[in-house]
Design a protein around this ligand. Structure first.
Ligand code: SF4
Ligand code: SF4
Length: 473
């Protein structure tokens, strides 16, 4: 069936021309109350993002994602590879939270909180406005021949973009390898750590590419979250929406004429000024309805409100509303879908809280040496040899660590013979012998319970098995 003209926008994305080429977006500089709030939110988030790897709690980096060594710090707590299940659970909670949030309030996370949008719209774009001017001036500059003015403006912009990309790459590296190591490398000089320097330059190049050229394409093409929008949203989700009933009325949108009686003429409240389109950083016309490109940045709400004020019509032609609210004037309510996601989130958070509460400070593993049986010693003593590994998940050293047998009468002797130190955020490993009188053994393979003390303080209990001879009593 032949498609209606007004439905054609669904066949393509706003940033691609009919020849399949990139259509560069020159968004008009936003202004208005929501943009002001967005600026404050982004200042706070930018500060958090930049300083988080440099803050320490109990000597631990506040946030760190060292994927190379599989060490993660969340809010000053160290998570080891052994805690990976906790990390996965946290990620799962994050995903369910975002899904729940999206079902209820659309993609507002993208426009207000996502680091990509914050850096793009609140850092790089504002530098661009500062150097090249607003939308009209940018279009003119791009069209004009290369002359001194264009070289100066473009050169300055690209240079500043590169410097900021380099700084972001440094912060990114601080999350990845830890801020202490980054500062140490900086102190040693770049040539002392060539591989890190190469990684840093690669990250810089990637950030430069994203913010200088790829831009809104990240949200439209690359980000999987944006793609999920179609599945997550329904007509009850609150999103940035154009009130088509009010905007179009019986006769549709039309330019505003001075002193006209808009109400009596049957024309919609949309005065077809295109301000909402010009301000959009993803190059779409929100009047076509909810689209995958929309990051819910709310810039079009501000732009339209300004126009409504100018022509003395009520604000809110584009507003934060659900389709149901626009069609049937229904207020927001908690749908079964929202309640379902909220229940799943509640269960996951409860499970995580329980796991965090029960999480031990020390991870202890005592394993029998592979291929070794048992040894008979004097006075009817049976001896087994083990390897032990103690991981300290805290930021304090555990000194004078000793093992005590709880389940049987017997001795535990480490090979080194002296008490063990398990350093903060580190591990201690070695070999130990467990000796038990043959008469105390119940079976061929007894289960042992072992306590681990630091001085007088019990820090962990663990178990292992003990082999003995078949006839034992
Ligand atoms: S349509 Fe409006 S809310 Fe959506 S991206 Fe464009 S300006 Fe932002
Ligand atoms: S800014 Fe408002 S009035 Fe102007 S075109 Fe967009 S929806 Fe219509």
């Amino acid at each position: 069936m032949e498609k209606q003209e007004y439905e054609r926008f669904r066949d393509s994305i706003g940033t691609v021309t009919s020849e399949g080429k990139r259509s560069w977006v020159y968004p008009k500089k936003p202004e208005g109350i929501l943009y002001k709030y967005r600026k404050w939110v982004s200042y706070i988030l930018l500060i958090i993002l930049v300083v988080s790897p440099f803050i320490k709690i109990n000597g631990n980096q506040f946030l760190m994602f060292n994927v190379l060594e599989r060490r993660f710090n969340l809010f000053g707590n160290i998570f080891w590879p052994q805690d990976f299940y906790l990390f996965v659970l946290m990620m799962l909670i994050g995903v369910v939270f975002i899904v729940l949030f999206t079902v209820a309030f659309g993609r507002i996370f993208c426009g207000w909180i996502c680091p990509q949008t914050i850096f793009m719209e609140m850092v790089f774009r504002r530098i661009e406005y500062w150097i090249e001017g607003d939308r009209g001036k940018q279009i003119r500059l791009d069209k004009q021949e290369w002359n001194a003015e264009k070289i100066r403006k473009k050169g300055l912009k690209w240079f500043i973009f590169f410097i900021i990309s380099f700084l972001i790459a440094n912060v990114f590296l601080a999350y990845l390898i830890g801020s202490d190591r980054l500062l140490l490398y900086i102190n040693d000089g770049p040539l002392a750590h060539i591989s890190t320097l190469i990684s840093l330059l690669i990250f810089t190049g990637v950030f430069y590419f994203v913010f200088a050229w790829f831009r809104e394409q990240v949200c439209i093409i690359a980000c999987p979250y944006g793609r999920l929008q179609g599945v997550l949203l329904d007509n009850k989700s609150i999103v940035v929406a154009y009130d088509h009933k009010r905007g179009e009325k019986e006769k549709g949108r039309a330019k505003f004429k001075k002193k006209e009686d808009r109400e009596a003429s049957g024309k919609g409240d949309c005065i077809d000024c295109f301000q909402c389109v010009q301000v959009c950083p993803t190059g779409i016309d929100i009047r076509n309805g909810t689209q995958l490109e929309c990051v819910n940045c709310t810039a079009c709400i501000d732009a339209c409100n300004k126009m409504m004020d100018a022509v003395d019509l009520p604000r809110g032609l584009i507003r934060y509303a659900s389709e149901e609210n626009i069609e049937k004037k229904k207020k927001f309510r908690f749908t079964p879908r929202i309640k379902g996601y909220a229940a799943v989130l509640f269960i996951l958070v409860s499970v995580l809280s329980g796991m965090l509460f029960l999480r031990s400070k020390v991870e202890a593993n005592i394993l029998r040496l592979p291929g070794q049986l048992y040894e008979h010693k004097e006075n009817n003593i049976i001896s087994n040899v083990y390897t032990y590994k103690l991981i300290n998940k805290t930021s304090k050293d555990f000194e004078e660590v000793q093992f005590k047998l709880l389940s049987h009468n017997g001795d535990i002797n480490t090979v080194k013979g002296h008490s063990i130190l398990v350093p903060s955020s580190g591990l201690a490993e070695g070999t130990l012998f467990i000796e038990i009188n043959r008469a105390a053994l119940e079976e061929e393979k007894d289960k042992l319970k072992i306590a681990i003390y630091s001085g007088d303080r019990l820090i962990e209990t663990t178990g292992t098995t003990f082999l003995g001879p078949r006839s034992y009593k």
